[in-house]
Write a protein that binds this ligand. Sequence first.
Ligand code: NAX
Ligand code: ADP
Ligand code: MG
Length: 277
Amino acid sequence: MKKINKEIVIDTIPIRDKDTYKNKMGRILCVGGTHEKGGAIIMSGLAALYSGAGLVTVATDQVNRTSLHTHAPEIMFIDMYESDNLIEAVKEKDVIVIGPGLGLTEKSREVLKTVLQSASGEQYLIIDADAITLLAEGKVKRETNGHCIFTPHLGEWQRLIGLNKNKLTVESNQQAQKDLQSIVVLKGSPTQVYVDSDVFENTTGNPSQATGGMGDTLTGILAGFIGQIPNVKQAILSAVFIHSYIADQLAETHYVTLPTQVIRELPKVMRNFADAK
Ligand SMILES: NC(=O)C1=CN([C@@H]2O[C@H](COP(=O)(O)OP(=O)(O)OC[C@H]3O[C@@H](n4cnc5c(N)ncnc54)[C@H](O)[C@@H]3O)[C@@H](O)[C@H]2O)[C@@H](O)CC1
Ligand SMILES: Nc1ncnc2c1ncn2[C@@H]1O[C@H](COP(=O)(O)OP(=O)(O)O)[C@@H](O)[C@H]1O
Ligand SMILES: [Mg+2]
């Protein structure tokens, strides 16, 4: 198994062109967040913003709007239950995150269906959390033209592929990834990335990360990186590394690392990696 190390990130984080502008730095849409779990999609949107995405929109329940703008007025808002607006928003984006805090109701299913059906062949869909659980239930079909990246934790992965924890091997995971015709970021300790016929193991990460919202945050970093970095595989590996690298650094002096702390460190740590070229 190949390792994800610092060198990959140093090679990947680009020096920005002098004349670049926001539309070239990734247009991201993060979809999810019921009235109970708005925090999940706010963390996803914040992570995309702090990892350098040029334009970030969060599609969520109306009730989360003020909270979103209190955290980041830079992020645009749409109501995820207004399907015409959601379809329009999906069409003009480069990367779409679907799932954090989305919920498991009939309304959640409708949102997921709309997003999957509206995505086109040039777009990347990061499918996480409740979106994975809804697909595992089988009531929503995975019918999309977008490129899919699944980001399950072990519980979600077992649900999705219908295999018991003690039956999971690298080979069975690879077979499932092939069947899904997707990239799989299997989160854990350590996280593994299944891409093409390669398997990568992350070399960063620690137990201080066992806090709700840590995976929601990873979706935003993945989206931000894919939106800016043309080599999607390198972007994914770097996002996985840097998310837990920051947590490792924080854990030297902090017993627990909050997702929002990881998010705040992103621009500084990215600067350091870009300067290390
Ligand atoms: N502040 C917020 O709004 C938060 C919202 N969240 C959202 O809450 C929803 C439910 O997500 P959850 O993951 O909590 O719940 P789930 O109920 O979908 O999954 C957790 C279940 O999976 C099992 N499991 C097995 N291996 C696991 C592993 N390695 N890591 C985690 N669970 C494992 C657990 O025992 C548990 O029964 C998602 O939409 C998520 O995005 C959470 O991320 C927490 C924070
Ligand atoms: N003990 C651990 N060691 C390494 N990484 C961990 C550990 N606990 C959690 N993480 C990381 O935190 C994230 C948790 O994701 P997830 O369970 O989806 O969280 P949430 O849904 O609450 O946002 C993953 O990236 C995982 O790798
Ligand atoms: Mg999660």
